[in-house]
Design a protein around this ligand. Sequence first.
Ligand SMILES: Cc1ncc(COP(=O)(O)O)c(C=O)c1O
Length: 394
Amino acid sequence: MYLDNSATTKINKEVLDEMLPYLKDEFGNPSTLYSIGRESKKALDNARQQIANSINAKSDEIIFTSGGTESDNLAIKGIAFKLQNRGKHIITSEIEHPAVKQSLYFLETLDFKVTYLPVYENGIIKIEDLKNAITPETILITIMHGNNEIGTLQPIEEIGKIAHENNIVFHTDAVQTFGKVEIDVEKQNIDLLSLSSHKINGPKGVGAIYIKKGLRLVPIIHGGGQERGIRSGTENVAGIVGFGKAAELACSNLSEHEEKLSKIRDEIIEKVLDKIPESYLNGDETHRLPNVINFRFKAIEGESLILMLDAKGYQASTGSACSSKTLEASPVLTALGLDPVDVHGSLRISLAPDSDNFDIDDFVNVISESVETLREMSPLWNQDTDYDEIMKRK
Ligand SMILES: Cc1ncc(COP(=O)(O)O)c(C=O)c1O
């Protein structure tokens, strides 16, 4: 049972079927004038419209990229370079994806100043902190829609409103929320939005950025002028066709999927917290994605738990795929104010619309048995220790 859909998803069969002709006979370059090229251009236009429809944008506000990472880089560096004469201050949160954080660290080497807003115990920024952080030099607010590790949702509509009242550009990374909860760029006051295909049962290596009409940014990839000069390079036609189809499928059944996934999510949360002593839910209880759960188990190591679950047929993760190669405590969980030792005992479960064909009770039992086995071996686990008391003293 694959339960790591925040890392990536399995390609949908309908999506693959739509892509195949563009990997075989319909191989034309969309920038050429003859018929086979025009066919590819038509396919791009169609996918652009599908993406635009799913976020209430216009098709000429969508630029295709190689994925969420590139879209984040383009949004942040593109605006920073465009508006640097107006000011060099950017506001973000402490729990952004590395694609955002690393782009900002790079800009700091070029004398940009960045404010990292705290997210507190529930993983959500405070609007008051945002208002206090704004200066006359602030040109950009970049705060993610939904977090990839803990699934918490930020109040983006309000953030966008405050940005606009202060004449500041608002970018949000919606890689984890697209196709999971509603996105409406008009209603939510969004100027720039990053999307990725492989989180919604589409192919890897494709994404998009929404750029509000009239907003200008400096490109970061220069070349033949494709995608209206904002992102040069021959488009990945088959990938983009797949992304368009995946977006259409995910967004046309949004509320049905949301309801189904939230029910499974809540059942798992309830049963795990009930059955396993010293287990906790990381992040806000209600303001969260319907498909992401992040638990913390006292006195165990997340990596060992992942391997035990895998041996019993369940694939989940300790956090984001990007940080699973390092032994550092997750910066997202540490930003919640948790002890780094406790952070190591975390487990992320992320569902997809097809995650409804498994036995939740068996899954919960497997987690429970694995946690028990690991605790028996753990020098940190002592039944007589009052961990709540220790936490209170910290
Ligand atoms: C919140 C978030 N932003 C950006 C990315 C990067 O997207 P991609 O893998 O398409 O580059 C990810 C991927 O995990 C993500 O979760």
